[in-house]
Design a protein around this ligand. Structure first.
Ligand code: PLP
Length: 412
């Protein structure tokens, strides 16, 4: 029977058949019939400790039998209260309030709405945002507006809003970025800057230095422009520290988290903000209410999974695993640094990336789907971004599994 499912980012005409996955554990997805796939991209960057990590599974099971879901307006529950206070403790300092939603896109949308509300309720109409060229912040209309324009946004272009775009700080060209940011911040209608700290994810796994992030933060603070860090991908250890902002020694005004917040087990997102952003909405005037919600805001199962994730960070040697994975990636990348087929071999924390030298580059580079198919055949799940191959596995991947991943990259 033909499937009735419409899959995300999938051209069904070119990709009619999909393997059916039955179960997963650690870094492995198991297909119907038993074939194993190494999940070298953490199932779209969400799985941190490994699939079906036992303490997280257990927490979800226990919570499911107790309180499954409830309206989060006018009522509260322990898993959310506990999670919020723990997030405030571990996040960069100065972030005092937590708003829950359910995906990275909504975490960023909430950040935008917090910023707009903050300015409006404070009596200033600041309604424009600054974003990095090539950025990615999600697939809702607001977050698409912030992100890079291209083949993914072409059909929706007429309804996207304009943002001020500053150049990506390519190594050696950081001054251009700073100058553009300075100039943009001088506009009196700028509400905030939205950035992916230290690495553009979907934009091609491009890296920039912590000092650059710190300087962008300084410029925003100088002009009173809100600094919104989208740590949806980088959060929870990916770049080697719990949050990427730590490496620059900075605190954003608004911090967006999702993906790894539950260890990748259930959809949940959190947008953290400074007290004065909350306070700008705090009033006896009901018109200043923060008008955002989704049906499943702070779902108790998802909050329980997130609390279990934080327990894992506290109780298991996660930082050691992250450091080891970084070393293992570096060792394997070394062989590719002098390989004429590749360029821009790079790594931050647990994320490694390299570009295949081809004439046609970009997301629709013809080599992408061919590589994907070859990797799948070899039992390795890698989804190149155009001609960029990246390896972002769960922290529990073994050295021999990683060898298979790099073996496939070299061969295919
Ligand atoms: C994945 C991602 C998002 C969107 O998250 P979803 O959960 O897919 O909506 C936003 N920002 C960044 C940096 C991401 O990597």
């Amino acid at each position: 029977m033909t499937s009735r499912v419409w899959h995300p980012f999938t051209q069904h005409a070119l990709f009619p058949d999909m393997p059916l996955i039955e179960c997963a554990s650690g870094a492995v997805l198991k297909q119907e019939g038993g074939k194993e796939l190494i999940d070298a991209i953490s199932s779209w960057w969400v799985i941190t400790h490994g699939h079906c990590h036992p303490p997280i599974v257990k927490a979800i099971q226990e919570q499911a039998a107790k309180l499954d879901q409830m309206i989060f307006a006018g009522l509260t529950h322990q898993p959310a209260e506990r999670l919020a206070s723990r997030l405030v403790k571990i996040a960069p300092s100065g972030l005092d309030y937590v708003f829950f939603s359910d995906s990275g896109s909504t975490a960023v949308e909430v950040g935008l709405k917090m910023a707009l509300g903050y300015w409006r309720h404070g009596g200033k109409m600041r309604t424009r945002f600054i974003a990095l060229e090539g950025g990615y912040h999600g697939d809702t209309v607001g977050t698409m507006s912030l992100g890079a324009r291209g083949v993914f946004t072409a059909s929706y272009e007429p309804v996207l809003f304009e943002v001020e775009r500053i150049p990506f700080p390519h190594p050696g060209q950081e001054e251009r970025t700073f100058a553009a940011l300075e100039a943009a911040c001088r506009g009196d209608d700028i509400a905030g800057l939205v950035v992916e700290p230290l690495i553009l994810g979907a934009g091609g796994m491009l890296l920039y230095a912590p000092a650059v992030l710190a300087e962008m933060r300084r410029i925003c603070a100088h002009h009173g422009v809100l600094f919104i860090a989208d740590e949806v991908m980088t959060g929870f250890g990916r770049t080697g520290t719990l949050f990427a902002c730590e490496q620059a020694g900075i605190s954003p005004d608004i911090l967006c988290l999702a993906k790894g917040i539950t260890g990748g087990s259930l959809p949940l997102a959190a947008t953290l903000c400074r007290a004065d952003i909350f306070d700008a909405h705090y009033s006896e005037d009901r018109a200043k209410t923060f008008f955002h919600s989704s049906s499943y805001t702070a779902n108790p199962l998802a909050c329980a999974a997130a609390n279990a994730n934080l327990d894992v960070w506290e109780q298991e040697p996660v930082r050691d695993r992250v450091a080891a994975l970084g070393r293992w990636q570096e060792e394997r990348l070394a062989a590719f640094r002098n390989d004429a087929r590749f360029k821009n071999v790079r790594r931050i924390g647990t994320i490694a990336a390299l570009d295949v030298k081809v004439a046609d580059q970009g997301y629709l580079a013809g080599i992408g789907p061919r590589l994907y198919a070859g990797f799948m055949k070899a039992g390795v799940l890698l989804r190149p971004l155009g001609n960029t191959i990246y390896v972002m596995p769960p922290y529990s991947i073994s050295e021999s599994q990683l060898d298979r991943v790099y073996g496939a990259i070299g061969e295919i």
